[in-house]
Design a protein around this ligand. Structure first.
Ligand code: DHB
Length: 398
């Protein structure tokens, strides 16, 4: 016999407990707006999902000014530039000099750990291991959704607003009616092979390298742990690669007359990261709103994903705060258009960085040379450098 669901009443029902959902929940609770977060995965799985590690100063501010935790300031590493490497030569960009801004290297899974701890500290209602099975009445002023918890108990959430923060494979997104939605997407013929290694830093700044062998990114995590990526086939089997093969592949892509050498070590994590550009329009329907990867995905080059999610959170939080304090849904009605402006800027930036730095296998030699011409244009002009630096460090939040 079908279970009778247990009813939970709240103001904002958030589907998805990654960084975007938790950040929104945190801000709402600080404003006294009752909310609930349900997440499909368990805490450990999210904590061990390695993603990008670059935070714009505005994202750092959202964490620190809202009292999440000071760890991003003590454990995060401020970076004032990057190194664009092509034709075997380094081209440093100094963000402080160019646009008076910096970014902070702090892994996305640490952001999750901090937010989850803050939600627990503040008595937030965050439920892991829960499967959302149905969203109802999103076109009414009392949207609802059903979920089953880890014990198999069925719940029905009655809210004023529902938020889909459930990542790139979003269930919430798929519940919007076909007639009101449009998806925009690009597929890429490559992916990134990502590693974590016990090694010292190879260089003070992150290196983004275009090479005849394909792209490589030399990033960091700490003095003793480094993060690196190299362009690979989307179907690459990470287990087929020995540490020596990986190091030789990475080294090939940063080789040059300056004899730059990577500092190597034991590799303890290997994953393939898919590439996709995706935008859902609009980012809302009725009383349901999409934030972060649920509404849009960017390829990883330039690390815009989490930063974009936090920008969505800021716009949506302000609209919800206004809605619950004044009763006016004017700002909520403008959420999608306002958030999408930044989404498309970030889509352009991520696509641009990707196409400039990667050489697809079997690329037309003209296209490979064209990308080098673009890198030369950007790095040889202060305006070009500033364009990249402004986008990388993040346009002002609206
Ligand atoms: C990292 C990932 C990125 O995609 C990027 O552009 C910079 C850094 C990282 O994981 O450290």
């Amino acid at each position: 016999m079908a279970q009778t669901p247990r009813i939970i009443k709240t103001k904002v029902g958030i589907i998805g407990g990654g960084p975007a959902g938790l950040m929104l929940s945190h801000l709402l609770s600080k404003s006294g707006i009752d909310n609930l977060v349900v997440e499909m995965r368990d805490h450990e799985t999210i904590r061990n999902t390695h993603r990008a590690g670059i935070l714009e100063a505005q994202a750092v501010k959202m964490l620190t000014e809202s009292g999440v935790d000071g760890r991003v300031l003590t454990d995060g590493d401020e970076h004032a530039g990057i190194d664009l490497r092509f034709n075997g030569e380094s081209h440093p960009l100094d963000f402080r000099d160019l646009v008076d801004a910096t970014v902070t290297l702090y892994a996305q899974n640490e952001v999750f750990v901090d937010l989850a701890a803050a939600r627990q500290r503040d008595g937030g209602d965050v439920r892991y291991n829960c499967e959302v099975t149905e969203i109802m009445d999103m076109e009414t002023s009392t949207p609802k959704f059903r979920f089953t918890d880890a014990e198999g108990t069925l719940f029905e959430v009655h809210a004023d607003v529902i938020v889909g923060a459930d990542g790139s494979r979003s269930f919430a997104r798929r519940q919007m009616p076909d007639t009101v939605r449009k998806d925009f997407k690009v597929a890429y013929p490559f992916a990134w092979f990502g590693i974590l290694t016990e090694a010292p830093k190879s260089s003070p700044e992150l290196i983004y390298a275009n090479s005849p062998h394909g792209f490589a990114l030399i990033s960091q995590r700490s003095e003793t742990v480094q993060r690196m990526y190299f362009q690979c086939d989307p179907n690459e089997d990470v287990n087929a690669w020995s540490d020596d093969q990986i190091w030789s592949e990475l080294q090939k892509r940063v080789d040059g007359p300056d004899n730059f050498q990577l500092k190597t070590g034991k590799i303890f994590d290997k994953t393939v990261l898919g590439f996709r550009s995706f935008v859902r329009e609009p980012l809302s329907h009725g009383r349901m709103f999409l934030i972060g990867d649920a509404g849009h995905t960017v390829p990883p080059t330039g690390a815009k994903g989490l930063n974009l999610a936090f920008a969505d959170v800021k716009v949506l939080f302000e609209a919800l705060d206004s809605f619950f304090s004044t009763g006016s849904d004017k700002l909520l009605g403008g959420y999608s258009d306002l958030a999408l402006k930044r989404v498309w800027k970030a889509q352009n930036f991520s696509y641009w960085m990707t196409s400039m730095l990667h050489t697809p296998v079997n690329a037309d030699p003209f296209m490979a040379k064209r990308a080098l011409g673009e890198l030369e244009t950007v790095t040889s002009s202060r305006y070009g450098q500033q364009y990249l630096a402004e986008s990388y460090t993040g346009w002002p939040h609206s």
